[in-house]
Design a protein around this ligand. Structure first.
Ligand code: PXG
Length: 445
């Protein structure tokens, strides 16, 4: 079809009203990056240009874009049952999706509480940790332990246990009683390692120091991302998560893995918990559960936690918590169709099969201007650039914009670039991404 006869996507003619999240609005509105269509590995811009998706949207479109079975499931569900009350009523697909997710999760992570975003999932997990300790007669356990450089969304719970200063400093003191483990990144010890670094397992022992300071009887839970994503892709040091699990067990502290990014195949297993052979007490998930098509998230918890709540009088609500859109039918339908694609196409383990090619391709960028570290694992990579002395983050931003202008979407977090393509990515597409990024690194001083 010629451009003249093709239906032209409508371009907003006034960009003022929408406050674009986590974005420098004035710079964006001067040169907006508008995407109007997507298919499989590609986005299409408002002016019809194809751009390869190097970030699965924002770490979520793991099955690739606009996959017909997911689209059909969403359309059908919307036409059949749009919405029933989420409290005191439910619908069959909520149970079906929960059963499938529980079956994917390792060990006795058997029960699922649904939310709509990773931030809600984190708040939910923290609240379940508090309530669980209450119900089991350990109500003095009210403290939460997060980690420096952790990202757990933007709710007050999430920014409290999170450790990204820009996300915290403007927003008061948030939750009280929160302490933080040290982050696990040390460039001198770890730069340019492939997969998990050898150095750093001992940093888990800092939890013992926090227990000595606060006493175990005051600590409800520890929450960490098995691999920190937003802060620039920091794989866990070998043995670190196992050590954290052992220390939590010693002190009766719950361990929560925030798998909003690592869940649904990013590291080559369904969940990172499986990759590391560590069963946390709760897993938070979001993003990949519907491949980004409809907002959906949740908390998977071990049987013992759920069972502890199921002991009171049967007519009494066990947990005073939930959202209007918990287990929304359209999201559940999308989730079921997504999990079917993951299973049929082996996408949850494709990250393991492709990881050698992925790591070699990413590490080929070593030696290009300003590259000071590369961290690649599963199907995710962080490429760290040195900061301009007078403008931290500006180089990463310029590379992101340059890549977009030359056909690649990736994420920039300060001067760290993150790549996490849909799990359907082909080797040739990995090479294409690396080539565009390499050229951008040469162009941007
Ligand atoms: N936990 C983790 C580990 C996350 O990565 C959230 C919670 C919050 O999810 P919601 O759905 O509330 O956004 C996240 C979200 C990026 C980027 O480019 C990362 C996220 C979101 C947007 C951008 O690093 N992670």
């Amino acid at each position: 079809m010629s451009l003249a006869t093709r239906p032209v996507a409508s371009v907003p003619n006034d960009l003022e009203a929408f406050w674009v999240p986590f974005t420098p609005n004035r710079a964006f509105k001067k040169a907006p990056r508008l995407i109007v269509r997507a298919k499989d590995m590609h986005y299409y811009t408002v002016d019809g240009k194809a751009v390869i998706d190097g970030s699965a949207g924002m770490w979520c479109c793991n099955a690739g874009h606009n996959r017909p079975p997911i689209v059909a499931a969403i359309q059908q569900q919307a036409g059949e049952l749009d919405y029933p009350p989420a409290f005191q009523f439910s619908h069959p697909k909520a149970f079906e999706l929960a059963s499938r997710i529980a079956a994917l999760a390792p060990g006795d992570l058997d029960h699922v509480f649904f939310c709509n975003s990773g931030s809600e999932a984190v708040d939910t997990a923290l609240k379940i940790a508090l309530a669980y300790n209450n119900v089991r007669g350990e109500a003095s356990r009210v403290r939460m332990i997060g980690r420096e450089r952790g990202y757990h969304g933007v709710g007050f719970g999430g920014i409290s246990v999170g450790g990204i200063v820009a996300n915290r400093k403007m927003f008061g003191t948030a939750l009280g009683g929160v302490d933080h483990l040290p982050h696990t990144y040390n460039r001198e010890q770890q730069a340019f390692t492939k997969g998990e670094p050898e150095w750093g397992a001992h940093l888990a022992d800092d939890l013992d120091r926090l227990v000595a300071l606060h006493d175990a009887s005051t600590i409800a839970a520890v929450i960490v991302e098995p691999m920190s994503g937003s802060t620039g892709v920091l794989p866990p040091p070998k043995g670190y998560l196992q050590r954290l699990r052992a220390i939590c067990d010693k002190h009766g502290i719950l361990l929560i893995f925030d798998e909003v990014i690592t869940g649904f195949g990013r590291l080559g297993t369904a969940f990172a918990a499986e990759r590391y052979g560590v069963i946390p007490d709760m897993i938070t998930f979001a993003k990949g559960v519907t491949s980004g098509t409809v907002p959906m998230a949740g908390v998977i918890m071990r049987k013992g936690i759920y069972d502890t709540f199921m002991r009171g009088p049967e007519h009494v609500i066990e947990l005073f918590h939930g959202y209007t859109y918990s287990a929304h039918p359209v999201a559940c339908a999308a989730g079921i169709a997504t999990l079917e694609i993951y299973q049929k196409e082996g996408l949850l383990t494709r990250g393991a099969a492709l990881t050698d090619h992925w790591q070699d391709a990413m590490h080929s960028l070593r030696g290009l201007p300003n590259v000071i570290d590369i961290r690649a694992i599963g199907l995710v990579a962080g490429v760290e650039l040195s900061s301009r002395p007078d403008a931290v983050g500006s180089r990463g931003y310029d590379v992101m914009v340059d890549c977009f202008n030359h056909g690649l979407v990736l994420r920039n977090s300060g001067d760290a670039l993150a790549l996490s393509p849909p799990l359907i990515v082909e080797r040739t597409q990995i090479d294409e991404m690396v080539s565009i990024l390499g050229d951008a690194l040469k162009r941007v001083a």
